[in-house]
Structure formats: structure tokens, C-alpha cells
Write a protein that binds this ligand. Structure first.
Ligand code: GLU
Length: 415
């Protein structure tokens, strides 16, 4: 998947922010490593009767500000270091939006595209049997991530409740609404990202009704396609991609039709009126706004110089390498970093935990309104840090997040 070690990237980002904050060595060491890591082997009975053994992880990166929080990813390329990196980013992400949560992430090395629903259910339940002891609304609260979804959460919550003999829906978030999920969670990551784009457009005088492109057409990418036009009152979606390919139409796609096509055929390829382009050229298109919404390290020093977007809104986790960050900054491209741009998902996950705790559920408008407030505030605190420290937006966001965690560690007497 990558030539970069994402965890080394994450550690470098922590160090840079820590230096700007003049943190002491013990705090830097503490924030550079996960507080707790679990590694499991999961034997799962497959449909053909054989048993397959999967390797799985749960990493609780930091819980100074609250229970660890973050998704579980099912992906063939997962390693302990990709999960460590993702867990680290969750930590700064929850802090940037000022949620009373820490950061964590889980993963299973598997290829869900080749597995049946029954095999995925068996795997999800096996994961929870292994991790049950270490999760809970006051310890660590997982959610979906790449190739996991509300159905996965429903199986996992059911297994957890079977083990504990108690009704505890808040152990996981982004559940279906019938079993303790919140309204407004499914489009929360994209909505949060589009809210930050709205703020950025105002400040930078970028026209939100210009062209936009989306790299990655999973949940976040699909929702961003729709919400961009809905929340910004316009915009022409000229290119989208998924793992199978990329398509382009200078006159713009109808986002609704494109989402329907993706959901019915499994790919964006084959959409009428589209020409096929390469994955690389999608990122290099002349657009107002580019949404990277796939995996890590899509923008590196290899292609950063060729990026022409005015605003890059990172809905994916870790799509830009540190070298690329500096290149984009020099080119005057405004990057809204992942730990801010993609924080809408975990923000509404937190709202779900709150609602599950008192078993009383909010209407959708209230979720949207509270999400908007949180993301606006976070966007402007990062904006302040950009001005104050005179650094690129990711470093500024890291400064905001790392400072909050460091303070909590200090108050607890850890350092
Ligand atoms: N997987 C999402 C993320 O990376 C959501 C995590 C959560 O809701 O806990 O932000």
C-alpha cells in the first residue's frame, strides 16, 4: 500500500508540535507512543468449513482526556504501525474538537471484499470476544472505519452484550438507529469536512460554487459529493475515483445519480457521460476544492508540486505526507488537515455516546446544529494557531491537539 511508514510520519508530527510547544522530554516520549496495545489472533470458521486465522489489533493511544475512541478497520494492508498511526491521529483529532475523549484504533488484517456476510459476522464477533475485557463506555469505544459499517457495529454490540449480560449500547458508536444509534452519524464525517470548507472559503475568498473533485468514493466521499452542493449552495463535481478507477466530466456529474451508480454496480466506473482518467491525474486537476477521501499517503512529494486545488479538505486519515505538506504550504494551497476536516464523524460518535448514556435521542437538526458549532470552533482555533505560530495548518492543528493532551497528562501528574 505504501512506501511510507505512517507511524513514523505520525511520530514526526508529534515531535514537531511538541517542539513548538517547548514540551519536556518525558511528555514528548509519552505522546510519541501508544499507552496500550493489544494483539490478537482470531480463528474464524469460513463458509467452506475450514478455519482461517486472522491477525487483529486494538490500540489505545492516549486516554488522558477520556476513554480511547476510534474506529476498527478491516483491510488487507493493515500492520501494527498503520493502526498506531491511525490511533495517534484519533488522539489529536478528538482533542482538536475538544471532546472529552482519548484516541484509539483497531484493525483486522483481512480482505472483506472476498468474504461473505456470514464470515464477516463471525470475524466481527470473534474480534469482540478477544477485546471485550478492554473496551467499554468508560474505557475505549470503537466505531466503524474503512470497510466496516453500522451492521458490523450491530453484530459487535450484540456480542458484547451477550458476554456482559447487560444492555450497553454506548460501547460502540455509529450503530444502526434501531439499536441505539444517533441521527446524523452516517454523513457526519463529510458534513464536518464541508463545514470546514465553508469557513475556509469565507476567509480565503474562494468561490464554493466552483469545481470540486473527490478521491475515494466510500461513505465519506459519497456524502461529501451530495453535501458539498447542499451546504455550500452549488459547486460542480468534475471527478471522482474509487479503488477501481477514476472518472472525469468537465461539465459536472449529478452527485445523486453517481452515488446510486456506485451503490448498484460497486464502482464509479461505467457511469454514463464520464471519461476515464488515471488516479494520479484526478489529484492534479484544476479545481477549487479537492477532497482526498481514500487511504493514507495519496499526496506525497511525488505529486504535491502538481496539485492545483485551492483548498484540500482531508476526509481521509493521513492522505498527505509531511514532505507534501511543506510543498503545498509553499504553493499557497490551504490544506484543512484530517484531524480537523474529518473530525465530524467522531464528534457525532460522541453525541451518540451521550444519548446512549441517558437513553434519550436528539432530533437530526440538533445533531447538525451541535456538529456545526463544534467544527466551526475547532476550525477557528486552528486558524488562530496558524497565525500565532506562523506554521502550516496541519502543524497548527497538531499544536492545538497536542497542547490539550499534554496539559491533561500534566494535570494528572503523569509528567
Ligand atoms: N473512523 C472514524 C475516524 O477515523 C470515526 C471514529 C469514531 O467515531 O470513533 O474518525
Amino acid at each position: 500500500m505504501e512506501s511510507y511508514n505512517s507511524f513514523h510520519v505520525a511520530q514526526k508530527q508529534v515531535l514537531e508540535a511538541a517542539k513548538l510547544l517547548h514540551l519536556d522530554n518525558a511528555t514528548i516520549e509519552l505522546l510519541s507512543w501508544p499507552q496500550r496495545e493489544f494483539k490478537f489472533t482470531l480463528p474464524v470458521r469460513m463458509d467452506n468449513g475450514t478455519v482461517k486465522v486472522f491477525h487483529a489489533y486494538r490500540i489505545q493511544y492516549n486516554y488522558a482526556r477520556g476513554p480511547a475512541k476510534g474506529g476498527i478497520r478491516f483491510h488487507p494492508d493493515e500492520t501494527v504501525d498503520t493502526i498506531r498511526a491511525l490511533a495517534s491521529w484519533m488522539t489529536w483529532k478528538t482533542a482538536v474538537v475538544d471532546l472529552p475523549l482519548g484516541g484509539g484504533k483497531g484493525g483486522v488484517v483481512c480482505d472483506p471484499k472476498t468474504m461473505s456476510q456470514r464470515e464477516l459476522e463471525n470475524l466481527s464477533r470473534a474480534y469482540i470476544r478477544a477485546v471485550a475485557e478492554y473496551i467499554g463506555i468508560d474505557k475505549d469505544v470503537p466505531a466503524p472505519d474503512v470497510y466496516t459499517n453500522p451492521q458490523t457495529m450491530a453484530w459487535m454490540m450484540d456480542e458484547y452484550e451477550t458476554i456482559t449480560h447487560r444492555h450497553q449500547p454506548g460501547v460502540l458508536t455509529d450503530k444502526p438507529m434501531q439499536v441505539g444509534g444517533t441521527r446524523g452519524r452516517r454523513d457526519a464525517t463529510a458534513r464536518g469536512g464541508v463545514i470546514t470548507v465553508r469557513e475556509a472559503c469565507k476567509i480565503l475568498h474562494v468561490d464554493p460554487s466552483g469545481c470540486y473533485a473527490i478521491q475515494g468514493f466510500g461513505n465519506a466521499g459519497q456524502r461529501a459529493a451530495l453535501l458539498h452542493q447542499e451546504l455550500l449552495g452549488g459547486g460542480r463535481l468534475v471527478a471522482v475515483s474509487d479503488s477501481r478507477g477514476a472518472i472525469f466530466n468537465p461539465h459536472g456529474f449529478n452527485p445523486k445519480e453517481l452515488v446510486t451508480h456506485k451503490l448498484t454496480t460497486g464502482s464509479v466506473l461505467g457511469f454514463p457521460t464520464a471519461s476515464v482518467i488515471s488516479h494520479e491525474s484526478l489529484l492534479e486537476l484544476e479545481v477549487e476544492i479537492l477532497y482526498p477521501a481514500a487511504l493514507e499517503n495519496a499526496i506525497s512529494e511525488i505529486n504535491a508540486e502538481k496539485i492545483k486545488a485551492k483548498i484540500v479538505c482531508e476526509l481521509a486519515n493521513g492522505p498527505t505526507t509531511p514532505e507534501a505538506d511543506l510543498i503545498l504550504y509553499k504553493k499557497g494551497i490551504h490544506v484543512i488537515p484530517d484531524i480537523l476536516a474529518s473530525a465530524g464523524g467522531v464528534t457525532v460518535s460522541y453525541f451518540e455516546m451521550v444519548q446512549d448514556s441517558y437513553s434519550f435521542f436528539w432530533d437530526e437538526d440538533l445533531v447538525h446544529q451541535r456538529l456545526d458549532q463544534k467544527l466551526m470552533k475547532a476550525y477557528h482555533s486552528v486558524r488562530e494557531a496558524i497565525k500565532e505560530k506562523n506554521v502550516h495548518p496541519r502543524l497548527a492543528a497538531m499544536v492545538v491537539g497536542v497542547a490539550r493532551i499534554a496539559e491533561a497528562c500534566k494535570l494528572r501528574g503523569w509528567v
